[in-house]
Structures are given as C-alpha cells and as structure tokens.
Design a binder for this molecule. Structure first.
Ligand SMILES: Nc1ncnc2c1ncn2[C@@H]1O[C@H](COP(=O)(O)OP(=O)(O)O)[C@@H](O)[C@H]1O
Ligand SMILES: [Mg+2]
Length: 271
C-alpha cells in the first residue's frame, strides 16, 4: 500500500514548501511559509481557527494554487499542478468536513478514489479493473470498514465516515497523506482507535501531515509540530518544546492546557 519514494533513496525532503503565500483578496491566509517534510516523518500542524491550516492543505493538494512561493514534491514542481496530477504523483488528503458521495456505498466511494488515484478522467462510464478493486478492498480492510462496505454512506455514523475518507485516500496508494482534523467530533474511544490507525500507517513508512485541535492526538503522533497563527509559522520543532514555548501558550494552548499536555508527555516518556 505504501510506495518507496525517490526522495527516500537520497535523503532529500519528500515535500518542500518555500515562501508560500495564499491570498484571498486582501486577506493573507498563508504568509511566507517555509518547511520541509522528510520521508517517513509525521508533521503535526496546529493553531487557532482561521490560522490558515486548511488553506495550506488546499495549496499543497492543488485545490487552490499558491499566490507565490514554490512547492516541490518527490522531485516534481507541483506549485501550479492540478489536484488530480498531484494525487497521481502521490499526495492524498482527507477533509475537515465529511466529503463523500452519500448515495453510493462505502465500497463504491473507495473504488472511485482508487480509480482516479491512478487514471485520468474518462467519459462516458467507469469500469473498475481488478487492480482498482484490490486497492479499494485493501484500504477498506486496513481501516476496518470491511463490515460496512455495502452500506450506503448516508446511513453511516460520523466515525465510519471519517474512516471512509482515510480509506479513499489510502486507496490511491499515496506517498504523503494529509489529514485535516481526522478526529474532530469523535468521542474518546473513537479518537483512540483513529490514533492506533495512524500509528499503523506510520509503521508502514507512510509520510503524514496532520492538522488537529485535539492536542493529545497531535503531540503523540507527530515527530515534529508546526504551529500557525494568522497564516504564519510561529513555531516549528518538537512537541516537548511546543508546550514550553511562551508564544504558543499565549496565542493557542493557554496555561491550563499546556500543563495537561506536559503531564501526557511525561507519561509517554515513562512508558
Ligand atoms: N475560499 C476562501 N475565500 C476567502 N477566504 C477564505 C477562503 N478559505 C479560507 N479563507 C479564510 O482564510 C483564513 C484561513 O482559513 P482556514 O485555512 O480554513 O483556517 P484553519 O483551517 O486554520 O481554521 C480564514 O480567515 C478564512 O476565513
Ligand atoms: Mg481548517
């Protein structure tokens, strides 16, 4: 399910964003943002609502081109590439709000993702070959959706719909997976289950970027963390350093949350 990347062979970054800006009229949603993600790494993205996190994912995945700056992925310049080209090069994403074809079954949705992850648009009609079906079924099994494969998506609870977006992304066989608030709106047990799923993806060597407000999720799954505020990077480094960073505590975490996270980190290092 996970490809070995060209970048892995020579230790260069898999994704590189340099001086990326994204403007909506007068609003700079992302400002002069530079960072790299290395193969196999997981980078957590945090920051208050409106900080520009989702816009950053939109720019990387081609849904809205950067106003300026450059984005390079696995040796390809993708700054102005289309979303389908970027997906076919190996970047898949999930969305903050559930996105699926509600009147189709879970498996049909995943088949469509598996198909377009590797084929260009063809009209009329779609025929799913065996290889597409294999990718879809493997992804469904991996996230644990096998039992509801033939259920119509509109009938599925939110937790399964979150998993379905991950299954669709995995069915494209990505090198880099972008997850936008994968546990938003889930209960603590469900959050733990998604956490275990992301751990299994990391163990497979998948490179991951994840946006999340649930800080225990973010800090426990991220090798490094980048915090945005008003479109800018205000912190990039370890999760440990994040909790102690006064700017981050002031604009985002708050003192109480920072203390609770210190407790979680201490327990993690004891384990
Ligand atoms: N398509 C758009 N048109 C205009 N403004 C937008 C658009 N998308 C996002 N924004 C604005 O850009 C800023 C960053 O939004 P967003 O990236 O969704 O933040 P976050 O994901 O960090 O909460 C916000 O002020 C938001 O209102
Ligand atoms: Mg967002």
């Amino acid at each position: 399910m996970v490809h070995v990347t060209a970048a892995a062979a020579n230790d260069s970054p898999l994704l590189s964003c340099q001086g990326v800006d994204k403007h909506f009229g007068a609003l700079a949603a992302v400002r002069d943002l530079s960072f790299e993600v290395r193969p196999g790494e997981s980078l957590g993205i945090g920051g208050p609502n409106g900080a520009g996190k989702t816009t950053l994912f939109d720019v990387i995945s081609g849904l809205g081109s950067a106003t300026s700056g450059t984005i390079t992925f696995d040796g390809h310049a993708i700054t102005r590439s289309s979303p389908d080209r970027i997906c076919q090069l190996g970047i898949a994403r999930t969305f903050q709000l559930n996105a699926a074809f509600d009147t189709l079954t879970a498996r049909e949705n995943t088949l469509i993702a598996a198909y377009y992850g590797h084929h260009n648009r063809v009209l009329p009609g779609l025929r799913f070959d065996r290889e597409t079906a294999r990718r879809a079924d493997e992804a469904m099994a991996f996230v644990g959706l096998g039992d509801v494969a033939h259920d119509v998506v509109a009938t599925l609870p939110v937790y399964y719909r979150k998993l379905l977006m991950i299954a669709g992304a995995l069915a494209t066989e990505p090198k880099l997976l972008l997850m936008d608030e994968p546990v938003g709106g889930l209960n603590p047990q469900e959050i733990d289950a998604v956490m275990a799923l992301v751990v299994r993806l990391k163990e497979r060597g998948l490179t991951v970027m994840l946006i999340e407000h649930v800080m225990r999720f973010l800090i426990q799954l991220s090798d490094r963390v980048l915090i945005m505020h008003h479109g800018e990077k205000i912190y990039e480094g370890s999760a440990q350093g994040l909790i102690a960073d006064q700017t981050v505590v002031d604009v985002y975490l708050g003192e109480g949350s920072s203390r609770r996270l210190q407790h979680i980190m201490a327990k993690r290092s004891e384990a």
